[in-house]
Design a protein around this ligand. Sequence first.
Ligand SMILES: [Zn+2]
Ligand SMILES: [Zn+2]
Length: 342
Amino acid sequence: MRALVFDSFGGPLDVREVPDPGPRPGGVVVRVAASGICRSDWHAWQGHDSDVVLPHVPGHELAGTVAAVGEGVTRWRAGDRVTVPFVNACGTCAQCAAGEHQVCSRQTQPGFTHWGSLAEFVALDAADVNLVAVPEELDLATAAALGCRYATAFRAVVQVGRVRAGEWVAVHGCGGVGLSAVQIAAAAGARVVAVDVSAAALDLARTLGAEVTVDGGTDVPAAITELTRGGAHVSLDARGAAVTCENSVRSLRPRGRHVQVGLLPPELGRPSVPMERVIAAELQVLGSHGMAAHAYPELLGLITAGRLDPRPLVTRELALADAGAALAEVGRRPGIAVVTSF
Ligand SMILES: [Zn+2]
Ligand SMILES: [Zn+2]
């Protein structure tokens, strides 16, 4: 198969022929129809993920059709249209038994623990636990975003942030996950403040439902505290940087909820969270990590009912040959880039 490969961290990203994957017991191989390019892929390429073994094929935000089914799989057959959360849960550990598949103790992740979906085919584990059927009315390029950024944003806003109508929600960083969070929070009836250093990203955030925008280069906590008359009820660091994490915590009103969504690899510096404010104002500091496959029906129901629409977030469709350049410059252009031709 053709795949995007890197042989060294931060080194060349080449498209070349590599051996086709086979399905492992309990797993499937999916013919990839669409694979988004996410900041996590950039982290994998940069060597920020200790699971990655070289040479490596990145890609974890995918949709496609089942091509081969491994021993013991009962729910899926060749030709099924599917997506999958980037956390492929084992289905049997204590976390999975509690329904918390997104923090499975024995998880695998395509594009991190094994080769990923910026390729014609990708192997996925524990298919009966992890695959999600894509409704006919949803195209696979849009469905790919459900594998990581859109579903991650949904869980962060709805399930972890518990955003309610009328609350102020600050979203720090308007890349793919941030813009998704803007749309989902606005659809939940929240008043959304979007923050980014890019004017183009803020323009897109407004079209997706942000009521106000703040230039990330200014004193963001002061601006949000003033705009919201006391601070946000919920604030998300959707970028994953020391500055956005700190700004998010400092943007909250008393009893506010900070939700960490963006990855913070220690190589890029640890944030100094103002714990004195966490205690004095009874802030909640929450992590949100993808979303379990069993939680997808609620999200898919809102999409097929027209209450949520991830389509406008997909701003570019690329060929695999262009994926390396797009991965290397991730975050420079607003919206979600998806590889749709292999
Ligand atoms: Zn991702
Ligand atoms: Zn598990």
